[in-house]
Design a protein around this ligand. Structure first.
Ligand SMILES: [Zn+2]
Length: 270
C-alpha cells in the first residue's frame, strides 16, 4: 500500500519537515510537528521490494544465529523480556500468543502458552514449538497476547497491520511493543545524527506519547512503559558514561536509558 505523500505516516498531518541526516549510512529522517514522529524521508517511495533487500541472509545470521555474538546478547535479553511480559500476562497452556515478526522463534519459544508466529522472511527457520502462520491465517485465531519485539519500526504499513492485529486480540488481551527505538531519549535529543538506532531498516522512531495516542484510538490503554538499560547485556556503565559525556561530538551514541522502550497496552474496548 502506498503512503499518502507529504503526510505524516502516523497522524496524517501535512506539518512535516526534514529533520536530519544520520552520520552512519547517511539516512534522511523527517519529523512530524503534530505527533512528533520521526520517519525516513524516502518512506513514500520505498517499495516492499526495496525493504526486503535490507533483510539479507547475513543480517539474520549476525543477530539471530546460535554462536554469533549478537545472538548471545539477544538471547540474554529474551529472558529479561519474558520476565517483563510475565508481570502482566498469565503464561499458561490455555492462553495464546502471537509473535508478529517472530524471526526464528527463539524469543516466543520461552513461553508455555500456545504459540503462533508470523515471519515475513521465508529463509527464517521457525522453532518447531511454534505454529508458523501466514498473514491471512492470523485472523483465524484469537490471542490473549500479541507481541511485536523490535518490529514496529521496521513496518512501512505499521498502521494497517496493527489495526488488523488488534481485531484478533481478545478483550482484556495485551499488545506488547518491545525493544523499539525511542525518540524521547537523552542520546536522541542531544544528537539525533549519531543515534545508534539510525539504520536503513528503522523506518520510524516513535515515542511513548505518539504510540499511546495511536493505541488509544484502537481501544487500548497503556498500562506500562519501560526503558531497559541497567540490567541488559548491552550496558557498560564506564564506557557508556565516557561516550555520553561527549554526545555532541561522537559518531554513534552508546546504549543508555531510553534508547529503547517497551510498552504494554491492554484492550479495554472490543
Ligand atoms: Zn504525525
Amino acid at each position: 500500500m502506498l503512503l499518502d505523500k507529504k503526510k505524516c505516516p502516523l497522524c496524517g498531518s501535512k506539518n512535516v519537515k526534514f529533520s536530519y541526516t544520520s552520520i552512519k549510512d547517511k539516512i534522511d529522517y523527517s519529523f512530524c510537528k503534530n505527533c512528533t514522529l520521526y520517519f525516513q524521508t524516502k518512506i513514500y517511495s520505498l517499495s516492499n521490494k526495496d525493504i526486503s533487500k535490507f533483510y539479507t541472509k547475513n543480517y539474520f545470521y549476525k543477530g539471530y544465529t546460535h554462536g554469533s555474538k549478537g545472538f548471545l546478547h539477544r538471547s540474554q535479553q529474551y529472558v529479561l523480556d519474558r520476565k517483563y511480559i510475565k508481570k502482566f500476562y498469565k503464561d499458561n497452556k490455555k492462553n495464546s500468543i502471537l509473535d508478529y515478526g517472530c524471526g526464528n522463534g527463539e524469543f516466543i519459544k520461552l513461553f508455555k502458552s500456545k504459540k503462533f508466529g508470523f515471519e515475513f522472511n521465508s529463509d527464517a527457520k521457525v522453532n518447531h514449538s511454534i505454529k508458523r502462520i501466514n498473514f491471512k491465517e492470523i485472523q483465524k485465531f484469537k490471542y490473549d497476547l500479541i507481541v511485536m519485539r523490535g518490529v514496529i519500526e521496521h513496518l512501512k504499513n505499521f498502521k494497517d497491520i496493527t489495526k488488523k492485529l488488534v481485531k484478533c486480540l481478545k478483550k482484556n488481551g495485551q499488545f506488547v511493543i518491545m525493544a523499539t527505538p525511542n525518540s524521547h531519549s537523552y542520546a536522541f535529543i542531544k544528537n539525533k545524527k549519531a543515534f545508534n538506532q539510525n539504520n536503513e531498516r528503522h523506518l520510524f522512531h516513535f515515542n511513548s506519547i505518539n504510540l499511546t495516542d495511536f493505541f488509544l484510538k484502537l481501544g487500548l490503554f497503556n498500562i506500562d512503559l519501560s526503558y531497559p538499560y541497567h540490567d541488559t547485556p548491552y550496558k557498560n556503565f564506564k564506557a557508556d558514561f565516557k561516550k555520553i559525556k561527549k554526545i555532541k561530538s561522537i559518531k554513534n551514541s552508546p546504549p543508555g536509558v531510553g534508547n529503547m522502550m517497551s510498552l504494554v497496552f491492554k484492550k479495554i474496548n472490543n
